[in-house]
Design a binder for this molecule. Structure first.
Ligand code: XMP
Length: 326
């Protein structure tokens, strides 16, 4: 039977065999998967690893600081942050179709890595002046749902599987490809990844870009980020983090409804709360959050985010709904 220790030993051997003494880069998203994948590769090849954290402008409030501070400093892993938010926003301008968004975000990630790799070569002097290996925290459910598994349909192109460009310059190192989330968390703990990161709820690589229904603009992102921060704070304050798998907050930028605030009519946007409980994200049930918590979230969002005049609850299981709206 497999234990976290035996999976680590096996993967460390495989990673060493795959990359030899070459330099490796890893795109860090701040999520559990890429953090654990990086820690595993760091265990295997140590200083041959440089992580690249692409700030794509689609992050939630405080996320960049968490990666730079809690993870990089805590783990002693070299991380280079690149701010590519303008590149992503420009590429996403005018785009509303979900799969197109995902493909664009996947493509821009790779372009960002290609640009960042030049910096890595300069800063750490990678042998040969070129980096050939890219670590990805792809899990088994990502493979299945992107159509990579046996007989599976392409439900969504997870940017780290189906959304990669065909002219990819890197060979992929994917040490988590056969694993489920709970196994990844167990391995992360064994590798000493800080609990704050291992216990984090999943957050998709394309970030808030697939939680704005409609066009991803700086303004829409600002509104969604503010609403999302309220939700996360209230769920944590209510002690509910352990009971939910994740709670996407979705901004319906394409939808407006009439409301009233003070003496005036409003014509604002709804946000959707999507709290789910799940074992592995392949199936999920909507979480029955306490009414008081829902009430607090609704009041706080509509009081503090003027563009939002309605908070609605998604009470759909998966299937038929997916967890994310795009
Ligand atoms: P869905 O929406 O397919 O989501 O039910 C299942 C789980 O996967 C996460 N998700 C992603 N994770 N890259 C990721 O790393 C992606 O492109 C992506 N899309 C969805 C989602 O948050 C949920 O936990």
């Amino acid at each position: 039977t497999w234990t976290p220790g035996s999976i680590i030993d096996e993967q460390v051997e495989r990673i060493r065999a795959q990359v030899g003494d070459a330099h490796v880069i890893c795109g860090l998203s701040g999520g559990v998967d890429s953090s654990v994948a990086a820690a595993l590769v760091h265990r295997a090849v140590g200083d041959q690893l440089t992580c690249i954290f692409v700030d794509h402008g689609l992050l939630r409030a405080g996320e960049r600081e968490q990666v730079e501070h809690d993870y990089a400093e805590g783990m002693g892993i070299r991380v280079i942050t690149v701010d590519e938010s303008e590149r992503f926003l420009a590429a996403l301008a005018g785009v509303t179709e979900p799969e197109t968004k995902r493909k664009i975000i996947g493509r821009e990630f790779i372009r960002s890595f290609e640009a960042a790799q030049r910096r890595v070569v300069e800063e750490v002097g990678a042998a040969g002046g070129q980096i050939r290996f890219l670590v990805q925290g792809t899990l088994y459910p990502d493979v299945v749902e992107s159509g990579g598994g046996e007989g599976a349909a392409n439900i969504k192109s997870h940017h780290n599987v189906g959304g990669l460009p065909e002219d990819l310059d890197f060979a992929l190192v994917e040490p988590l490809r056969a694993l489920f989330k709970d196994e990844v968390r167990a391995i992360g703990r064994e590798l000493g990844v800080p609990d704050k990161i291992v216990a984090r709820q999943p957050f998709p690589g394309p970030g808030l870009g697939i939680r704005v229904i409609g066009e991803v603009t700086a303004e829409n992102l600002r509104v969604l980020r503010a609403a999302d921060a309220v939700v996360r704070e209230e769920l944590t304050a209510a002690g509910l983090d352990d009971q939910i798998w994740q709670c996407p907050v979705v901004l319906l930028a394409d939808v407006r409804s009439v409301g009233v605030q003070g003496d005036g009519r409003t014509y604002g946007h709804p946000v959707v709360l999507r709290p789910v409980s799940s074992e592995d994200a392949m199936t999920a049930d909507w979480t029955r959050l306490p009414y008081e918590v829902l009430a607090r979230i609704s009041t706080r969002i509509t009081n503090t985010v003027p563009e939002v005049n309605r908070v609605v609850l998604d009470c759909t299981s998966k299937p038929p709904g997916t967890i994310e709206w795009e």
